[in-house]
Design a protein around this ligand. Sequence first.
Ligand code: CAA
Ligand code: NAD
Length: 283
Amino acid sequence: MAIKKVMVIGAGQMGAGIAQVCAQSGFEVLLNDRDKDALQAGINGIEKLLTRNVEKDRLTEEEKAATLGRLSLSNTLKDAASCDLVIEAVVENMDVKTAVFRELDMYTPKHTILASNTSSLPITEIAAETKRPDQVIGMHFMNPVPVMKLIEIIRGLQTSDETYEAIQAMSLQLSKIPVEVKDFPGFVSNRILMPMINEAIYTVYEGVATPKDVDQVMKLGMNHPMGPLTLADFIGLDTCLYIMEVLHEGFGDSKYRPCPLLRQYVKAGWLGKKTGKGFYEYR
Ligand code: CAA
Ligand code: NAD
């Protein structure tokens, strides 16, 4: 079954990026969010990035118009009835995600594949909430989606070969490079990245160095494009905390204990770039 129409749920930084890349690659896209302001902010952000691409001669005016023409907005999951693939990119919370998947299972036709952009949550458990667990899969894009080449594809225990092959082919159509991984907490990407970020937060918490100096060490000493605390602010400190909690609970190992300073920042509403304050200030 060819994938022609895609719904992306969640118009935050990931959902908007995923919708943009799908529309630029020729797919019809419905961008969904339950929050109308977030939906508008998502589409405004896409338009801005497309305009920048035109200014930089990476896209023609016609391609920009065609891309925007393939994008529509939605605020009800019932609209998924017309889609061949749904990619969920809502908050990293199991209860919220499973509620979305249960609804999607009711509204979508039998052939529709249900994918999650989760950073760490078990695909097997999300799949078990539906009557089509063989058609549920993890499609983990990296931030910023239009720039990063990787899609980590996570197979739940029940995911069929047919579903995997359709998503692998779709990833290539998006000009991304898919890598297949098994369904373990944090998969590969965040099992390795997030403990490094958490450790960077511990070094600040223990007074070893300032955020700026921790970032300088990793940028200048290890050639990382962003220091770990800048990256944490960029990802969202709430998302970083949720991922550490999944690793901690999933492996039952104290080496994944979220740093208390990370918890405190999230409690304060200092979520990083998206709220204007995290380890740095953004104005
Ligand atoms: N959205 C879309 N495009 C963006 C962007 C954004 N937020 N930020 C930057 N870009 C693009 C721009 O097109 C820009 O090119 P132009 O200026 O010509 O338009 C290009 O990237 C380079 O940007 P900059 O010159 O401003 O900055 P840079 O050279 O430092 O690159 C970066 C920016 C690509 C984000 C780079 O800093 C980087 O690779 N950082 C690390 C990103 C990373 O590790 N991502 C993974 C996060 S973890 C994750 O995603 C998984 C998870 O589950 C949490
Ligand atoms: P975000 O906070 O920027 O956006 C989430 C959006 O989902 C919000 O606009 C919110 O209104 C919407 N939403 C929440 N519940 C909803 C529902 N029930 N129905 C419709 N919309 C709903 O978050 P984000 O950073 O884009 O992360 C989204 C997902 O992508 C998370 O699972 C996260 O772990 C994953 N992810 C994040 C990153 C990253 O770097 N931030 C990278 C890869 C994967």
